[in-house]
Design a protein around this ligand. Structure first.
Ligand code: GLU
Length: 290
């Protein structure tokens, strides 16, 4: 099967050192496999989308030599596809009236990503007088093997997650009417024919949900590789929220070298041009991961 990889940024701000590491890893993996690499703009969460951010990301990637091998896909233009997948899932979905606060106040456990595990309040139907806010997917009960998801992560090793105890029934259609990331990403990866998902380990906890959805929708399961998340001196994930600095695009080789170093690639500091960088970095990645 020919390799197809992708980088799928959410345009909530410019590319920064953390997201560059994910972009670089996905691009290196595609090139090391002599595969193709796609760019997909995940602007489905319109509340978080910053005007102009997608264009800035595309430009920053191009300055560093990363260009999509096919036309760039924008999730905001693909809503009917998410709607149609959602309809196929009808026998497993239900409307939910709970607010975030009500779920947090139910004092049940928190999942690995820090979000409260849904206690199942609306599973058996909405209570009288309550109105649907979001739509959730029913996951198998604790103890049901169908809800235990195991996958081989090419960086992290074997990962097993039990949906009932890590997230519970999860949202597919949000209270604000937008499609949830989990649904959109599964629909798009399958439709684009993505064979390999390479991204930051902050999304590792989402993978079990995505594999479960792929199973219900009868879609192929790609291979996964999650690269360690870049943190700042305080140990926080670099992101717009932790004020990660924008990249210095006047020094693309320097930025690429820093990102490669964060991936543990040993490159001699003599790379002068962006092209020199790729000529050294692709074989270095291939020696480790191909
Ligand atoms: N859009 C997601 C993000 O920027 C990444 C999606 C993915 O790689 O699966 O966090």
């Amino acid at each position: 099967m020919s390799y197809l990889g992708r980088f799928a940024p959410s345009p909530s701000g410019p590319l920064h050192a953390g997201s560059l590491v994910a972009a670089l890893a996905s691009y290196l993996d595609a090139r090391a496999h002599h595969g193709r690499w796609l760019l997909r703009i995940e602007d489905i969460d319109e509340a978080r989308t910053v005007p102009g951010a997608a264009e800035d990301i595309i430009q920053a990637l191009a300055a560093m030599g990363m260009r999509s091998d096919a036309e760039i896909v924008w999730q905001s233009a693909r809503k009917e596809r998410y709607e149609s997948a959602f309809k196929k899932l009808a026998s497993w979905t239900y409307p939910c009236a709970c607010s975030r606060k009500e779920i947090a106040d139910s004092r049940i456990n928190f999942g690995a990503d820090g979000a409260a595990i849904y206690p199942g309040t609306c599973r058996a139907g909405l209570a009288a007088g309550r109105e649907a806010r979001a739509w959730r997917l029913r996951v198998p009960d604790a103890g049901d093997a169908a809800g235990v998801i195991t996958f081989e992560d090419r960086w992290q090793g074997r990962i097993t997650e039990t949906l009932a105890s890590s997230v519970g029934d999860f949202v597919l259609k949000r209270a604000d009417g937008f499609w949830a990331y989990q649904l959109a990403v599964v629909v798009d990866d399958a439709e684009q024919g993505v064979t390999d998902v390479v991204r930051g380990a902050d999304l590792q906890d989402s993978t079990a949900r995505q594999i479960y959805l792929q199973g219900l929708l009868k879609l192929p399961v790609p291979r996964y590789l999650h690269v360690p998340v870049v943190t700042n001196a305080a140990g926080e994930k670099l992101s717009k929220q932790t004020c990660a600095q924008a990249l210095d695009l006047s020094q693309p080789v320097h930025e690429l070298m820093m990102a490669a170093h964060r991936l543990g690639l040993e490159l001699k500091p003599a790379q002068m041009t962006v092209q020199d960088f790729w000529e050294a970095a692709v074989p270095a990645w291939a020696r480790r991961f191909v």
